[in-house]
Design a protein. Sequence first.
Length: 176
Amino acid sequence: MRQSLLISGAILGMILPAAAEESQSASTAEVYACADIASDSERLACYDAAVGRLKSAEQAGDVVTVTRDEVEQVKKESFGFSIPSLPKFASSMFSGDDGDDKLDEMTVPVTRVSRAHSGDFIVYLENGSVWQQIDTKSVFYSEKRGVETATVKSAALGSYRMQLDDGVFFRVKRIQ
């Protein structure tokens, strides 16, 4: 009997703080809801409590404020990688009127071009991304003149195509 009371007490000890945390959640919606309160003193008390919870959550790392520019930067840096939650996360907060703000193409300066042992091109871009040719298309460029830019476009079924300067498009995958 005593053992079951100890176990019940331990379980309650774990459940009650979790329930208290849920009731003390922090969101901007709570802050906005305070605006609907008519009484000045009650509205101020509501704001103080809601902002206090939001500030505590931010200091604890549970809430992070993200700007549109920061989301756009992450989308550009992750272009070519499969991050399934990023489009949902970004579009839910920052989509345009039509809801379609997906990055489908980007043109970036090239820092260097090399060939893999298989003969495929490896293209290093100024933004730090590295792309490898995955098709057998013949791609020509002047080693003497070099390559200035690469345009990478989304293609069918999650694949990507690249064009060096004004050359032909060839299939690539991002390797870094």
